[in-house]
Design a protein around this ligand. Structure first.
Ligand SMILES: Nc1nc2c(ncn2[C@@H]2O[C@H](COP(=O)(O)OP(=O)(O)O)[C@@H](O)[C@H]2O)c(=O)[nH]1
Ligand SMILES: [Mg+2]
Length: 202
C-alpha cells in the first residue's frame, strides 16, 4: 500500500512491472533510470551490472515529482514471468499500489503474453477481489518489430476497463516514462492525501 510520511511530506508508491519473459521489463527500468537519473534520491543499484540478479527481480527507486505538495517516490519491482503464480506473488501484489503490464507485441510472443494476462487477472481477483480497485496501465512494447501485431488486435486481446494503454519501444526510451506517469496519475487521483505539514507556509 502507498505510504504517506507526514513528517517528510513524502508519498511512497509500490509499483509492479510485469509481463512475459523478454517483453521488456528490465529494459523499461533501465530506460526510466536513464531518463530520471538526475532526480534519483537513491542509486541503490547499477542496473547494468545486475544481470545475474535480474533473473530474480529488478528494483528501481525513483522520484516522480510533486503531488499536493508531497514528494512522490516510486519503488518499481519487476517479477520474472515464472513467478507470476498465485502462491508466490499474492503478498507482493496485495501490497502493490498498481502495475504496468507489458504486452510483447511480437507475433511469436503473443501466447506468452496472453497466458500472463490471464494469470494477472486471476491474481488480482484473488488479492484485490475487484479489478477496478487495482490501477493497471497496459504497455504495448516492441512496437518497432517488423512482425508486431497490429494495435487493433492487441487492444481487443488485452483490454481492461479503466486501464490506459501506451505504445512503447523501450529500447528507444519511447513510452516508458509515459507508462509510469499514467499509472502514477491513476494511483494518486484515487488517494486521499492529508494536508502537508508546511501547508500554512506555502
Ligand atoms: N527492438 C526492441 N527490443 C527490445 C524492446 N524492449 C526490449 N527489447 C530487448 O528485448 C530483450 C529482452 O528485454 P528485457 O527487458 O530483458 O525483458 P524482460 O525479460 O521482460 O526483463 C532485450 O534484448 C532488450 O534489449 C523494444 O521495444 N524493441
Ligand atoms: Mg528482466
Amino acid at each position: 500500500m502507498a505510504i504517506i510520511n507526514e513528517e517528510t511530506n513524502e508519498i511512497h508508491l509500490k509499483i509492479l512491472v510485469i509481463g512475459a519473459q523478454g517483453c521488456g521489463k528490465t529494459t523499461n527500468l533501465q530506460s526510466l533510470y536513464k531518463q530520471t537519473a538526475g532526480d534519483l534520491a537513491t542509486r541503490l543499484f547499477d542496473l547494468h551490472g545486475m544481470s545475474a540478479r535480474s533473473s530474480f527481480f529488478d528494483f528501481l527507486p525513483l522520484t516522480l515529482g510533486k503531488h499536493q505538495n508531497h514528494d512522490v517516490r516510486a519503488h518499481l519491482y519487476t517479477l520474472p514471468h515464472h513467478t507470476l503464480l498465485p502462491t508466490m506473488n499474492f503478498s507482493l501484489l496485495a501490497g502493490a499500489d498498481g502495475a504496468v503490464f507489458i504486452v510483447d507485441s511480437r507475433l511469436s510472443r503473443l501466447p506468452a503474453s496472453e497466458e500472463n494476462f490471464r494469470r494477472l487477472r486471476e491474481l488480482v481477483r484473488v488479492a484485490h477481489k475487484n479489478m477496478n480497485d487495482f490501477p493497471i496501465v497496459i504497455q504495448f512494447n516492441h512496437r518497432d518489430d517488423p512482425q508486431a501485431v497490429p494495435m487493433d488486435a492487441l487492444r481487443l486481446a488485452f483490454h481492461l476497463e479503466n486501464s490506459p494503454t501506451v505504445e512503447a519501444v523501450a529500447v528507444q526510451d519511447i513510452g516508458t516514462v509515459e507508462s509510469l506517469d499514467a499509472l502514477a496519475d491513476l494511483i494518486l487521483n484515487h488517494m486521499e492525501v492529508p494536508a502537508p505539514v508546511d501547508a500554512g507556509l506555502a
